[in-house]
Ligand binder design. Structure first.
Ligand code: ATP
Ligand code: MG
Length: 144
């Protein structure tokens, strides 16, 4: 088996380090490169939109996200000696991830079983559940 590109989905929740560990180990083993993907959800209650300067907010959010993803990428490059790039997407996380997977055709997608909501009693979060159900490429779900 040959893996060239592994997409790791990052939501900055506690499971992120496990997702990156898995993606990094596999990338090292197969000589693949890794792309860290984060989807910024640009949804906001209607009235909050009137209160906030959304352009400024989203610009800052994008900047902070880029910085945080970049830090994670450098750390992985050092730890696993693999090439790591980053990508910020916009929209509904599962949709954006699936569109991106279709467009870039990675060999593997890695997600956490849960994320920010971290509900342990259900099997999978809604993003990982939809991605694993609809993705045309192989998916690894990291449980802990
Ligand atoms: N915005 C996002 N960008 C990139 N990856 C994400 C994003 N949201 C979720 N993921 C990926 O999906 C995994 C599971 O998160 P998911 O959102 O499905 O669970 P949850 O937050 O516990 O539940 P919920 O369905 O309520 O959001 C995360 O570990 C991460 O790999
Ligand atoms: Mg979530």
């Amino acid at each position: 088996m040959k893996l060239k590109l592994i997409v790791a989905c990052v939501d900055f929740s506690a499971i992120t380090s496990k997702v990156l560990e898995w993606a990094g180990e596999e990338a090292k083993r197969f000589g693949a490169r890794v792309e860290l993907v984060h989807v910024v959800e640009e949804s906001m209650p209607r009235l909050a939109q009137e209160l906030l300067d959304l352009h400024t907010l989203y610009d800052s959010l994008r900047e902070v996200t880029q910085k945080r993803l970049g830090d994670l990428a450098s750390e992985m490059e050092k730890t696993f000696a693999v090439e790591v790039s980053t990508r910020i997407l916009k929209g509904e996380p599962f949709d954006a991830i699936l569109d991106h997977v279709e467009a870039t055709k990675p060999d593997l997608v890695v997600l956490g079983a849960h994320g920010k909501k971290g509900v342990k009693r259900i099997l999978l979060g809604s993003v990982s559940e939809k991605v694993v159900r609809k993705s045309l490429v192989n998916v690894v779900i990291v449980k802990y």
